[in-house]
Write a protein that binds this ligand. Structure first.
Ligand SMILES: Cc1cc2nc3c(=O)[nH]c(=O)nc-3n(C[C@H](O)[C@H](O)[C@H](O)COP(=O)(O)OP(=O)(O)OC[C@H]3O[C@@H](n4cnc5c(N)ncnc54)[C@H](O)[C@@H]3O)c2cc1C
Length: 441
């Protein structure tokens, strides 16, 4: 499997990842770039970040916007994620954010997180593609008694400091009203999160971008980036784009040898997803699975899951460390085993789909949106929580490009990863630490 820390370039012969989502929709097809063209803004990468940036630039009147994608639109994380539209991004909780940015800036960030969720609705409603939105609710599940106490404290904190109300749900109520879950000690429910079909969301953004005049090219991996006077020249196999402004929206899929400003500053991390066969009416009843709301636990090494519209369960968690080991079936088996331990009534379930993707993690565990001295713009580092925030980051990128005032603590340069060549060793240690921490908590 393609490994961004091993493969120098990303080739365009990969085919669209086989997933549950690709059984429900095809990514919209676009031509390959096969000539030399000029642009006002060129965007590398057609995931949510790149497409949202293009949409917002076009809505602000920028005329000549080009998006160049190595494979098909949404080929990276955007077309294969779990479809959780979450209130937040990065890995830090609110108290950690306050420690880092101070209360006032964290309040701004909270507003950004809320706006990001609304933006998914606003953008997708401007296209003809339905994104299969679920009922509202993001359930955060305590995996221990201690963690339920922490969740209750965080509910108070969110109410008192941010005027943001989340529901606290006891273990008994959870098992009666949502699903009979054997490993849960209580939950909180964020009332504005929801689930979507991620590939349909990509299509809806691309449809909107195209309708606004944005030119999208598929199957065109960018292999080189050069400064040409005040402009940027990006080169693909059969074409090139000369542009005033350049946006890097390649996130965790950025190939090793591409000379972007995010080189050696992110850790691409694998996450693994299984989707089971549909539950029978009897299994639904016995497990008391009543909810289609999206769920994630409080572990350091988290599991996330949801009941899909056709009553299959999507269940995700960490995967291998390297691309070479990514397809080792032990990772899917581990997810199925955790699923069955949580819902013993579902012990007969089997896996119909399994796929893997690279998320991008920054050293300080938060996204960064930045303009370099060379007039290159980027946003990355969502740490696996980027469905809503990447769309918002695309909007902030567009505002930066248009030289508007943007006030967010996340507008800052990505820090270098110390000892970048040893990042995978560090990741192995982190997984050991996470396992130990989860076991003790
Ligand atoms: C399995 C999985 C589950 C996830 N679940 C969730 C979830 O439920 N909720 C949530 O909030 N987040 C989730 N995420 C994370 C979320 O999907 C991402 O944060 C988000 O999609 C990032 O969008 P993006 O546009 O920045 O990057 P991507 O969607 O990764 O797009 C980057 C694009 O750049 C292209 N590219 C790379 N190099 C080149 C090049 N040289 N030339 C041209 N193009 C190039 C790639 O082909 C790719 O299409 C998940 C991720 C994965 C992998």
């Amino acid at each position: 499997m393609y490994d961004p820390l091993v493969n120098n370039q990303l080739n365009n012969k990969q085919g669209f990842p086989e997933s549950y989502w690709s059984s429900t929709a095809f990514p919209i097809n676009y031509d390959m770039l096969d000539k030399s063209i000029n642009a006002d803004v060129v965007i590398v990468g057609a995931g949510y970040t790149g497409l949202s940036c293009a949409i917002h630039l076009a809505q602000q009147g920028v005329k000549n916007i080009v998006v160049v994608e190595a494979n098909e639109i949404g080929w990276g994380c955007s077309g294969r994620n779990a479809g959780f539209v979450l209130p937040g991004s990065g890995r830090l909780g609110y108290t950690q954010l306050v420690n880092r940015f101070g209360l006032s800036q964290t309040k701004n960030l909270h507003d950004d997180f809320m706006s990001a969720i609304e933006l998914v609705d606003t953008l997708s409603s401007q296209s003809n593609t339905s994104i299969d939105k679920t009922e509202l609710g993001y359930l955060k599940l305590a995996h221990s008694k201690k963690w339920f106490e922490k969740l209750k404290d965080s509910a108070d904190y969110l109410h008192n400091e941010f005027d943001y109300d989340v529901e606290v749900i006891s273990k008994t109520d959870f098992c009666q009203q949502y699903v009979d879950h054997k490993n849960v000690f209580g939950a909180i429910r964020y009332t504005n999160g929801f689930g979507i079909n991620p590939l349909k969301l990509v299509n809806s953004y691309a449809e909107l971008a195209s309708s606004l005049g944005v030119k999208i090219y598929n199957q065109s991996p960018v292999t080189n980036i050069l400064k040409s006077g005040q402009q940027h020249l990006i080169t693909t196999e059969l074409g090139s784009v000369l542009s005033d402004k350049l946006v890097i929206a390649t996130n965790g899929y950025t190939p090793k040898a591409l000379n972007t400003p995010i080189k050696n500053k992110i850790l691409p991390v694998l996450t693994n997803v299984i989707v089971t066969r549909p539950l029978t009416a009897d299994e639904l009843k016995r497990s008391n699975f009543k909810t289609h709301q999206v769920m994630m636990d409080t572990r350091e090494l988290k599991y996330y899951y949801r009941l899909l519209p056709d009553n299959r369960i999507l269940f995700g968690g960490r995967g291998a460390i390297s691309g070479k080991d990514a397809k080792n079936p032990i990772y899917a088996a581990r997810l199925l085993s955790e699923l069955k331990s949580s819902f013993p009534e579902l012990s007969a379930l089997t896996i119909d789909y399994n796929w893997i993707g690279w998320i991008s993690v920054a050293f300080d565990q938060m996204p960064h949106i930045h303009k370099t001295a060379d007039n290159i713009f980027y946003s990355t580092g969502y740490c696996g929580s980027g469905v809503s925030f990447s769309a918002y980051a695309g909007k902030l990128l567009a505002n930066l490009i248009q030289e508007q005032k943007v006030d967010s603590p996340l507008i800052s340069e990505l820090p270098y990863l110390p000892f970048a060549q040893f990042r995978r060793t560090g990741q192995r240690f982190f997984y050991q630490y996470g396992r130990m921490k989860d076991w003790l908590s």
